[in-house]
Design a protein around this ligand. Structure first.
Ligand SMILES: *Cc1c(COP(=O)(O)O)cnc(C)c1O
Length: 406
């Protein structure tokens, strides 16, 4: 972290430098304990833009900020060695208990939960098969999905070598099932667009003795979703840890049937000759994920929802004061289930397009990120704001709307 030259320069600035060096006390320990060494500000040093996140838990925007308790867990555990499998074992038991699952494991995000979960289904505990993936010789090789669920995230599945078989109706699904069918995959946020709903999907899996998996990456709140799909009978449930749960951005959870989770872990680090070796989660993230989940489950969700509504309302009221502005508030029923405020304006009254608005908010200090939609509107959410940032967002949006009045 600190290079040798900087180290020496800083050391020579310490009044007791001679004595300390002469005494043989390691330089590092002096530096680490010295209050006179200012903390390094890498954001400044690298000229990185930070911003107020009024957009949401977008991966590109680094999704969410970890609470203090999560960071303390990461800090404290970073000072000790622990066997990676032992951390996973203990944390897995705890997470499984919280989420009503037989077993659970922390993965490198929801995406790797899906790769590993499917790998577990395909290989079982067969060491040769595990080493062989993504070559599926001698294994099942098809995953059935609904056409409307067949979106970008299925790449996590095809990573294992499987072929997707898209279907629309129950009849098509039952006709598509054959000796090569490994799994039935369900994408929670696309549920309203599919002909087959959760319970029926699970029932079809049980009827044909084929494991079912659900991707519910961004689908808390509501908090109950953490156990709902385990209770419903999905064999595997995958979720992101770094979105609304505010765990490490690179963490997620795979939970469900014990035998499959055990098999999935055989494809995960520390084991090397595996498809999942690049999906490492360190002990700090594993423990951080656990603490984030606990905090998330315990928090007062009603109170938090009210505070979101208040913040949205403040931004809305300020924007609405400007002539030519219309606003509306909506809540997506599944995924990113939090109030969204849409602010639209009449371009005949306010001469601004959405890109100009976004840039003005982005280039100012503090920089603000919002969501862009139609030509003359933006949207924002407030769940990723730090205390009082809603006031800045409200003020800045209003200022730019007023400034662009014709
Ligand atoms: C975010 C997301 C993923 C990927 O999750 P990571 O935790 O970033 O790996 C997968 N599926 C859906 C639906 C998502 O929203």
């Amino acid at each position: 972290m600190i290079n040798r030259r900087t180290l020496l320069k800083r050391l020579s600035a310490l009044p007791l430098v001679g004595t300390i060096v002469g005494s043989g006390i390691p330089v590092q320990s002096v530096l680490a304990n010295s209050p006179s060494i200012p903390a390094r500000d890498l954001i400044k040093e690298l000229g990185l833009r930070t911003f107020i996140n009024a957009a949401g838990t977008y991966t590109a925007m680094t999704a969410s900020l970890m609470p203090e308790e999560v960071m303390e867990t990461i800090q404290a555990s970073s000072k000790e060695f622990i066997m990676l499998d032992e951390v996973q074992d203990r944390v897995g038991e705890k997470i499984a208990a919280i989420c009503h699952a037989e077993a659970a494991t922390v993965t490198a995000g929801c995406w790797s939960a899906m790769v590993l979960g499917l790998a577990g289904v395909l290989t079982g505990k067969d060491k040769d098969k595990i080493a062989q993936l993504p070559n599926l010789k001698g294994m099942k090789s098809e995953v059935i999905v609904q056409k409307s669920h067949n979106v970008a995230y299925v790449h996590s599945l095809t990573n294992t070598g499987v072929t997707l078989v898209p279907v629309e109706t129950v009849e098509e699904l039952e006709n598509a099932i054959n000796e090569k069918t490994a799994m039935l995959w369900f994408l929670n946020y696309q549920a309203p667009y599919g002909k087959i709903q959760h319970e029926e999907w699970v029932a079809l899996g049980k009827k044909h003795n084929i494991p079912t998996m659900i991707d519910m990456a961004a689908d808390v709140p509501p908090v109950e979703n953490l156990w709902k799909f385990n209770d419903m009978g999905f064999d595997l449930v995958c979720i992101s840890g770094g979105k609304a749960m505010k765990g490490p951005q690179s963490a997620g959870i795979l939970m469900g049937r014990k035998d499959i989770i055990e098999a999935a872990r055989l494809s995960a680090p520390p084991r090397g000759n595996t498809i999942g070796r690049g999906m490492k989660v360190n002990k700090e993230e594993i423990l951080g994920m656990y603490v984030a989940l606990e905090l998330y489950v315990k928090k007062d969700h009603e109170k938090e929802w009210k505070s979101w509504e208040q913040k949205i309302s403040l931004i809305e009221q300020m924007a609405k004061k400007v002539d030519g502005v219309t606003t509306s508030v909506s809540v997506p029923p599944i995924a990113n289930h939090t109030p969204f405020l849409k602010i639209a304006w009449d371009p005949a009254v306010i001469n601004l397009n959405r890109t100009q608005m976004q840039e003005k908010l982005r280039m100012d200090n503090p920089s603000i990120e919002v969501i862009s939609n139609g030509d003359h509107e933006i949207s924002c959410t407030v769940w990723m704001l730090r205390p009082n940032e809603e006031k800045i967002v409200a003020k800045r949006i209003q200022e730019e709307l007023i400034a662009a009045k014709v």
